[in-house]
Design a protein. Structure first.
Length: 414
């Protein structure tokens, strides 16, 4: 028999998470608006400095050319002069000394005038620079506002809401072309996802009927006390296979439904959900000698109780089934921290390499037994858990434990 081909590797995960919280100073982030503001303001500042320098040089040259005295004192007989400049008024001065004192006084006045011109010009330049930066920031925000709308729409689409559209109004420029292209892409994505979910749902519904008929016929034949032992054994094997197929169909139906965003939300306590899941898995855990422990605090979220219970049940069942044979345990805790409800499911078990953790969330993928070779489930449990968590605006993470096993962390917004 030919070996089953290995499934294609999972595509690389995006490194950018739009749901990540911003830093303590979001206004320091080097956005396009900040860069345009610095560009506009910097260009104005450079132009202002050049203009100020030219004005200063021209004023200095004009004052230097007009620095010569329009008169000369040849004879100082009976000339009386009052001045605030030191050295101008004094006894026993010759005309040459008096003229030099006057020139020095004028040079000092010119220096004060230039200093006053420079200081006033710098103050004016500073005020105009502030106005220019503020005006540039406002204009950059107005020009880039369509990009902000596109970003907000993209973030809503990331939350599995493909019905959002930008519908940008305004002039037919590059930004409107980008928004229209984005809307067209969203239309195609919505049609593709809707068709895929419809196909999975219809196929699953169509498979339910023959599987139910097969189960009924097998149960009828197994209820016959006169049936041969070989037939009884074959019937039990076929019944187990049929039950596995029914679980697969139910899982596909749930996966198709959980891919959509939850519209009708009600208060659901994660502690109660986890307790119900533990009650359903307690029999299997007791049969394998696995202890279920943990404290569950109140953590109320808005969502669908049936789907949230399915998350807890899938995680608890996986923790029980993929465990050690002796002294195994499963710890289930719930808490509300930092505006989020957290469900933690930890367990002992085989060592899980860190590079294989992400593959566990892919449909029909199991640790070292991909696609086939396991009778512990149909391979949709973690895929359903991740899909339901995303539909509720949350996320699920798997962290390998030291010594073996996993820590499954589900975070949901309160």
């Amino acid at each position: 028999m030919a070996a089953t081909p290995a499934p294609p590797p999972a595509p690389p995960k995006p490194t950018w998470d739009p749901g990540q919280p911003e830093g303590p100073f979001p206004w320091l982030r080097p956005t396009i608006r900040i860069r345009l503001t610095l560009l506009y303001g910097g260009m104005f500042l450079i132009a202002g400095i050049l203009l100020l320098s030219i004005i200063y040089l021209l004023a200095a040259q004009a004052l230097r050319e007009g620095n010569g005295l329009p008169f000369k004192i040849v004879d100082g007989t009976d000339i009386r002069v009052t001045s605030t400049c030191p050295g101008v008024v004094g006894s026993g001065q010759t005309p040459t000394q008096f003229n030099s004192a006057i020139e020095a006084c004028i040079l000092e006045q010119r220096r004060h005038a230039l200093d006053d011109l420079l200081s006033r010009s710098l103050m004016a330049l500073m005020g105009l620079s502030i106005i220019a930066f503020a005006f540039g920031y406002a204009m950059a925000g107005r020009v880039l506002s369509p990009l902000g709308k596109i970003t907000r729409t993209a973030r809503r689409v990331v939350g599995s809401d493909l019905t959002r559209r930008i519908e940008l109004d305004g002039p037919d420029d590059e930004l409107k072309e980008l928004a229209d292209t984005f809307d067209e892409m969203l239309d195609r994505l919505e049609r593709a996802f809707t068709a895929q979910q419809r196909f999975v749902a219809n196929a699953s519904h169509e498979l339910r009927t023959p599987l139910a008929i097969n189960r009924t016929l097998l149960e009828v034949h197994l209820s016959d006390p006169g049936a041969p032992v070989e037939l009884q054994q074959l019937g039990k094997t076929l019944l187990a296979t049929n039950e596995r197929s029914e679980q697969l169909v139910e899982g596909l139906l749930l996966l198709a439904r959980s891919d959509n965003q939850i519209i009708e939300r009600k208060p659901v306590d994660l502690a109660e959900v986890a307790s119900r899941a533990i009650d359903q898995a307690r029999g299997e855990a007791h049969a394998k000698g696995i202890e279920i422990r943990g404290e569950r605090a109140l953590a109320v979220v808005q969502g669908n109780g049936v789907l949230l219970e399915r998350i807890a049940l899938n995680l608890v069942q996986n923790a029980v089934r993929y465990n050690v044979f002796e002294d195994g345990w499963v710890e289930v805790t719930t808490e509300a921290v930092h505006g989020q409800a957290v469900l933690l499911v930890s367990n002992t078990g085989p060592v899980v390499p860190a590079y294989e953790v992400e593959n566990l969330f892919e449909p029909f993928r199991r640790l070292r037994t991909e696609r086939t070779g396991s009778d512990k489930g149909v391979g949709l449990g973690l895929s359903i858990a991740r899909s339901v968590a995303r539909a509720h605006g949350g996320r699920i993470q798997a962290i390998p434990r030291e010594g073996g096993g996993l820590v499954m962390r589900v975070t949901l917004p309160l």
